[in-house]
Design a protein around this ligand. Structure first.
Ligand code: PRX
Length: 660
């Protein structure tokens, strides 16, 4: 490998050669403190995966009943991990820390947008979770009942998740930025029994109501008849309609409950949660994670990628509505007995330094955010962060999308003062936790690369036949062996799980290979460089959206005959959304209609899905068999020349019309 800081400063990832060694001081005390130690762990895992995972599961988790087997892969791709064992995620996150001095350690620090803040020790958090668990039981919620959470970033969101896990009621967290229609779809798909929400939250210095969206989801278009109860946290204290018998205030129902509620022993493969994410076809799919494997993976990865220490103050800026919030705000940190920070707000014109203020105030040691946020900070300049004391930081993380070397270097320099390793973590909702990432005490980092797979993760770059690709040849990112945190199925659609993830690539030996949907390459040092999705998924500011979802939202508008949606590179958001729309006969595409269509998509899905640009066209470029040629649209959307074969176009004049 070339030497540390002397490499060329070329910004293209293809030519990126800079290499940064882990800080010596960090490496000296790290759990995994050298590349050799990392490689030794990998070899151990590869040699006998069952022994590797089995030892870790026994050592790192509490078990009510020990498991009989580690991995049952007799019916691929449906894996069973740690069969025969019983455990409880809420117990692992709370009860087991109560025996010693950790009981009075801060578990959760919460910072509200208006500046109010709260903190909970492990003992206090345990009591709050028990009360919430008893409240859910009082509503008749029990083992196996799906509970939806539609919440702002308030402590009750984490408390509710842990309460669900405690009583064995799987949760389905729906990001609070999704619309009433999107919420209803998820309530219906999951046959959800209860919804936990809040009257609202604070955004950009204003109270923003949330409960009306729940009311709309439950009332309009037939509602979601399975929902019996709505539990409402009072946050903004404005007017809030409450339906008698159905709606209950959290403070009225939860606060008076007993602070004792034993954790339900759950079978390893009992469903823990469902989390919806976008794919290239159809409606968002409910990714199912189960109890023991997910717990182990969130726990281990958190420990490894942040080399967690007892005095760490960890802050992940994600929303609990996404997998990053599940694994690295709530479950990974608490399972490890760490202190985790949760922030309701975001940088905004009145407070551009909001994030740095949180770091300074709480002396955060680990900061985990998304490249899109880093790019926005870069744009507004270093003067803002330079005003804050961020000397407490020791590790920086990124997640959600490829990070360009320029943003990586800025992050390392301006936020980390060239002291803190940057861990660029590649993973997905489906993988439960991080899969490819530097270990801060072991892995030399290269700007723009998520570096090496974690121990036990058989990541590879393959072609469509599952053949490993040589160094620097591009290909598809795949995983050759099951791992404990893998999703188990698509809720209600096991065939979709099989098809979308395990049968896209079928190697000649008929082994099963997990297809991640990302394009990537591996360099001569074995480092992975993820390029982005190869399917019809757009990554907007680290949020995953299916082009089909946005297209069906558009065509549900009465003026729209047909729509095709593509992504185009965007300096800040990673990708922007461009929609090509054909209108019903006699309709005229003007600015008013564009505004109307954007609002319509916002209502159908949520504001994050609103197209950045809508182009009206008389027809869309299609093949003779009627398939939309997205490649052409992608080129047009990003202002590039349409290259490659266009001979399959049914009508070449369509292309000429689109060009003008
Ligand atoms: O394309 C990859 C990108 O985000 C996708 C997963 O999105 P989601 O399930 O919403 O989970 C996001 C948080 C884990 C991946 O298929 N992605 C995620 N992390 C990275 C990334 N792309 C490049 N580098 C990363 N570190």
């Amino acid at each position: 490998m070339p030497d540390a800081t002397t490499g060329p400063t070329i910004e293209s990832v293809l030519q990126e050669q800079r290499l940064f060694a882990p800080p010596a001081e960090l490496a000296a005390s790290a759990r995994i403190g050298s590349l050799d130690a990392y490689r030794a762990l990998c070899s151990k895992a590869d040699l006998d995966p069952d022994a590797f995972w089995g030892d870790l599961a026994r050592r790192e988790l509490h078990w009510f009943e020990p498991f009989d087997s580690v991995l049952d892969w007799s019916d691929p791709p449906f894996a069973k991990w740690f069969a025969g064992g019983t455990t409880n995620l809420s117990f692992n996150c709370l009860d087991r820390h109560l025996a010693g001095p950790r009981a009075d350690k801060t578990a959760l620090i919460w910072e509200g947008e208006p500046g109010d803040s709260l903190s909970f020790t492990y003992r206090q958090l345990h009591a709050e979770v028990c009360k919430a668990s008893n409240a859910l039981k009082a509503l008749g919620i029990g083992k196996g009942d799906l509970v939806a959470l539609y919440m702002p970033m308030v402590p009750e969101a984490a408390i509710a998740m842990l309460a669900c896990a405690r009583i064995g009621a799987p949760h389905s967290v729906v990001f609070g930025g999704f619309s009433a229609d999107a919420l209803r779809d998820r309530l219906i798909d999951g046959q959800v029994k209860a919804v936990i929400t809040a009257d609202g939250g604070f955004r950009k210095d204003k109270p923003v109501p949330l409960k009306p969206a729940v009311d709309e989801a439950l009332a309009a278009n037939g509602g979601a008849p399975s929902v019996e109860h709505v539990l409402v946290v009072q946050r903004i204290k404005g007017d809030c309609a409450m339906a008698t018998g159905r709606d209950h205030w959290w403070h009225e129902l939860v606060d008076g409950q007993s602070a004792e509620c034993p954790a339900e022993p759950m079978a390893s493969e009992d469903r823990l949660f469902v989390l919806y994410t976008s794919g290239s076809t159809g409606k968002p799919k409910g990714v199912v994670h189960t109890t023991a494997g997910y717990n182990l993976w969130a726990h281990l990865t958190f420990q490894w990628i942040f080399d967690i220490r007892d005095d760490d103050i960890h802050w992940c800026t994600a929303d609990v509505g996404w997998i990053t919030g599940h694994s690295y705000i709530v479950y990974g940190p608490l399972s490890n007995g760490a202190t985790t920070v949760m922030y309701e707000g975001a940088p905004r014109p009145s407070k551009p330094g909001a994030f740095w203020e949180v770091i300074q105030k709480h002396r955060c040691t680990i900061f985990y955010t998304a490249p899109t946020a880093i790019r926005a900070f870069m744009k507004s300049g270093r003067a803002v962060p330079d005003q804050y004391d961020m000397s407490s930081l020791r590790i920086l993380g990124t997640v959600g999308e490829p990070i360009n070397p320029e943003a990586w270097m800025w992050y390392r320099d301006v936020i980390g003062h060239n002291r803190c390793p940057v861990v660029d973590t590649w993973w997905q909702t489906e993988t439960g936790g991080v899969m490819i990432s530097p270990l801060p005490g072991a892995t030399p980092t290269k700007p723009g690369s998520c570096t090496l797979p974690l121990p036990g993760i058989a990541a590879d770059i393959v072609d469509m036949d599952g053949v490993s690709q040589p160094a620097d040849a591009g290909g598809y990112l795949a995983v050759r062996r099951p791992w404990p945190g893998m999703m188990r199925t698509v809720h209600g659609d096991p065939e979709r799980f099989r098809r979308s993830y395990w049968e896209e690539i079928r190697p000649a030996d008929a082994s099963y290979l997990y297809f991640a949907g990302d394009g990537a390459r591996r360099d001569a040092d074995g480092y992975f460089w993820v390029m982005g999705r190869v399917d019809d998924v757009i990554n907007v500011s680290g949020h995953r959206l299916g082009t089909m979802e946005i297209e069906s939202a558009l065509v549900s508008h009465p003026t729209v005959a047909e729509a095709a949606v593509v992504g185009r590179p965007d300096d800040l958001k990673g990708e922007g959304i461009v929609a090509f729309v054909t209108l019903e006969a006699g309709r005229c595409g003007d600015d008013a209609l564009i505004a109307d269509l954007r609002a319509h998509v916002g209502k159908e899905i949520g504001p994050i899905a609103k197209p950045d640009e809508i182009r009206f066209t008389d027809s869309l470029p299609k093949t003779r068999s009627g398939k939309i040629m997205r490649r052409i649209l992608r080129a047009l959307a990003s202002g590039q020349e349409v290259t490659g074969d266009t001979s399959t176009l049914e009508d070449r004049s369509v292309l000429d019309a689109l060009r003008v």
